[in-house]
Design a protein around this ligand. Structure first.
Ligand code: ADP
Ligand code: MG
Length: 334
């Protein structure tokens, strides 16, 4: 598939990140008549900064209400930011809005179509909206790419949910942007469609499109993204290559109940060993030890505790996973 038409899109010559966000802040206006804490309005983004490397599939991961859509909608020009700056393909979203918009295609979280347009018309209208010259339009090609060629002339309202989502992806690609953003593309869709969308995203990325996708599914980010930023309550709490995030999940936790208060031993540095990543004193003579399972075994950890003069009364262990990393980072019990 041809991605860029003619010389319409200037090169990202400065070799900037595809998207660059600095201290992005959004406080929504309070509801009318709000009092107390509500009177200030909701702080949806509390000063977020990160860059999306060109050519990556970048995951913006966070629970519902984290601020993902707010961030995407600011990039899309649908929400006005309160403070901060953002560049898309090197173009400032305030001062160079037109070029910034041309560099990005956005698949919104909500599906909205005029039900009386056909997929072909949806794409042609969008091309018209972006001023893509007739000779450079590629509606047929896009319908082919999202496997909707046979639905070319069907009314949008007759399409299944999955078809509508695929049509939205095609619509976002009409002006051949170098960056595609998908806001929760697979929320509430079945496994089969999820696979299809993942494949489509992978193909587009292989052809050179930088992809940003928001999701609250850990497995989705893990499967698809080469870099993951985690956002929670409007704050960025991690931004790492996926592999490194998963490495963090290499850690295993063992919880040991011992016969006497371990606080003194902890104070004297008994748990500050290179093979213990973290220790935490819990109630009831319990201590939680986080270690790298590649370095030591649970048995060795217990030997270590016993060597310090404790009798081990109870032990529980479990594998940590990306979910643990997430909980660890968000500090939430959720
Ligand atoms: P996410 O996409 O990660 O689920 P959102 O960006 O939609 O999160 O929402 C972030 C926070 O901002 C939430 O607390 C949400 O209720 C609030 N919010 C979103 N849109 C508005 C709005 N238009 N007015 C007021 N508050 C909003
Ligand atoms: Mg959202």
């Amino acid at each position: 598939m041809r991605l860029l038409y003619g010389d319409a899109m200037p090169e990202n010559s400065a070799r900037e990140p595809a998207i660059s966000i600095e201290n992005l802040t959004k406080r929504y206006a309070p509801p009318k008549g709000a009092t107390g804490a509500d009177a200030e309005g909701k702080l949806a983004l509390g000063g977020v900064s990160f860059g999306v490397p060109e050519g990556s599939i970048f995951g913006l991961l966070g629970p519902n209400g984290a601020g993902k859509s707010t961030l995407i909608n600011i990039l899309a020009g649908l929400v006005n930011k309160t403070a901060g700056t953002a560049q898309i393909w090197g173009f400032d979203i305030d001062r160079q809005r037109r070029n910034a918009s041309r560099a990005i295609g956005i698949v919104p979280q909500e599906i909205v179509f005029d039900p009386f347009f056909t997929p072909f018309e949806v794409l042609e209208n969008q091309a018209g909206f972006y001023g893509v010259p007739a000779a450079l339009r590629r509606s047929e090609e896009l319908l082919e790419a999202v496997r909707l060629a046979d639905k070319r002339n069907a009314y949008a309202r007759t399409l299944s949910g999955g078809m509508k989502r695929r049509l939205l992806v095609a619509k976002a690609m009409v002006h051949s942007p170098p960056i595609l953003v998908l806001d929760e593309p697979t929320a509430g869709v079945d496994v089969e469609l999820r696979r299809q969308l993942w494949e489509l995203v992978t193909v587009l990325n292989r052809e050179g499109v930088t992809v940003v996708l928001t999701t609250h599914y850990l497995e989705e980010a893990e499967e698809l993204c080469d870099r993951i930023a985690i956002i929670n309550h409007g704050q960025l709490i991690a931004n790492k290559p996926t592999q490194e995030l998963i490495e963090m999940a290499r850690e295993k936790v063992v919880e040991v109940t011992v016969d006497k208060d371990p606080a003194k031993a902890a104070d004297s540095g008994a748990f500050d060993r290179e093979f213990i990543a973290r220790h935490e004193l819990l109630e009831g003579n319990r201590i939680s030890l986080t270690y790298d399972r590649d370095q030591v075994s649970a048995g060795q950890m217990l030997n270590h505790v016993q060597a310090m003069g404790f009798t081990v009364e109870d032990v529980t262990t479990r594998e940590a996973d990306l979910e643990d990393v997430f909980v660890q980072l968000t500090g939430s019990g959720a």
